[in-house]
Write a protein that binds this ligand. Structure first.
Ligand SMILES: O=c1[nH]cnc2c1ncn2[C@@H]1O[C@H](CO)[C@@H](O)[C@H]1O
Ligand SMILES: [Zn+2]
Length: 386
């Protein structure tokens, strides 16, 4: 998509003083990102540097442009399991404190440059122990990089607040240890916990001890659910495991019956019938961390046009827009917004709602969320709406 192609905001959704919604202006809008993987967002040139430094011999190419292409091509796999294989190369070069700190710093720099004002970035500490770091050393290195990045972004006039989520891999058996790690670092920048990895065959109920521990310690958590696997995974994540948010959650649409012939890009879905699970998710305002491009890449949806984002947004589920993996999707937060604008005709009021939804759903304290909503997000969209 060319950076200059502007869309026409649908008639009636904005007045004439409004700045047009385009990839460029979306880059300026204050955005809130809740679902972004640290090991899915490296700059290709950094991977090449780190591979050279550490003697990692297995990169498919040392040309950063071709390497970036390689990740996208291989992540366009139509299957979550194949998509996840590409992480072998990024995780391989993130095995020292200095590499982790650099990747975390650059992540914050890239998000701030894209107009993200609040982000929760996640990664799985257990994957970064190959060269002898301890779990605590891994988390400390990443938090140091986030702190460096936030200082640099503020100095550059693009302030951003970043919280860290620690992820446990759902096929492994370390989730309680990782939950304890999250709680241990709660005063230092870890704001929550997550489980990720191949969904089929690894239901969230395998990790009930970890979720019990987190709740007993009043720590918040999200669960990747309803991405590669259907509604039962969502039912487990919320009903048995008590997830505060759902990573993706797209399959909640399986519990919504639309009137015959409904167009997924419509502006209203009057007459839609929600089942018990969909009602529970909507009634309890359980945030859906939706990642449009990633869902197409893994085959969770056939294409963007058939993505349930718009249906769920119009039915007033608490939808949020996210990147998942910027490297594998060759994407950014503003690009994900631009794709949605193009597909579903969203204007600034919609993007403001998605940003406020995400900010309300963040795992930082209420007063900090309100500061960002009232002090940054609302004034930012007021300028764009005109
Ligand atoms: O969309 C996803 N679904 C499930 N797991 C994922 C997704 N994206 C990344 N990871 C997994 O999370 C780990 C920690 O960041 C990554 O190493 C990858 O295996
Ligand atoms: Zn994810």
């Amino acid at each position: 998509m060319s950076p200059d192609s502007a869309y026409v905001t649908p008639a009636g959704s904005a007045d004439e003083s409004s700045v047009p919604v385009s990839p460029t202006t979306l880059g300026l809008a204050p955005k809130v990102l809740l679902h972004d993987h640290l090991d899915g967002g490296l700059r290709p040139a950094t991977i090449v540097d780190l591979a050279r430094e550490s003697g990692y011999p297995d990169l498919p190419t040392e040309d950063p442009v071709q390497l970036g292409r390689w990740f996208v091509d291989n992540a366009n796999a139509g299957s979550l399991v194949r998509y996840l294989r590409t992480f072998g190369h990024t995780v391989a070069v993130m095995q020292t404190a200095s590499a982790l700190r650099r990747v975390a710093f650059e992540c914050v720099e890239d998000l701030a440059a894209d107009g993200v004002v609040y982000a929760e970035v996640r990664f799985a500490p257990e994957l970064h122990l190959e060269k002898g770091l301890s779990l605590d050393e891994v988390v400390s290195a990443v938090l140091a990089g986030f702190a460096d990045g936030q200082r640099a972004a503020a100095a550059a006039g693009r302030p951003i607040v970043v919280g860290c989520l620690v992820t446990a891999m759902r096929h492994a058996a370390r989730s309680t240890e990782i939950a304890e790690l999250a709680v241990r670092f709660r005063r230092d920048g870890v704001v929550g916990f997550d489980i990720a990895g191949a969904e089929a065959g690894n239901p969230p109920t395998r990790h009930l001890d970890a979720f019990d521990y987190l709740r007993a310690n009043t720590m918040r958590y999200t669960i990747h659910a309803g991405e590669a696997f259907g509604l039962p995974s969502i039912t487990e994540a919320i009903g048995y495991c008590g997830a505060d948010r759902l990573g993706h959650g797209v399959r909640v649409i399986d519990d919504v019956v639309l009137p015959p012939g409904a167009d997924p890009a419509a502006t209203s879905f009057a007459g839609a019938q929600l089942g018990d699970v969909a009602n529970y998710v909507r009634d309890k305002r359980i945030p859906l961390e939706m990642c449009p491009s990633s869902n197409v890449q893994t085959g969770a949806v056939a294409n963007l046009a058939s993505h349930p984002f718009n249906i769920l947004a119009r039915l007033r589920f608490r939808v949020t827009v996210n990147t998942d993996n910027r490297l594998m999707g060759d994407t950014t937060m503003s690009r994900e917004c631009a794709l949605l604008a193009e597909q579903f005709g969203y204007g600034w009021a919609d993007f403001e709602r998605f940003a406020v939804n995400a900010m309300k759903s963040a795992f930082i304290p209420f007063d900090k969320r309100m500061e960002l909503i009232d002090g940054v997000i609302k004034p930012g969209y007021a300028v764009l709406i005109g």
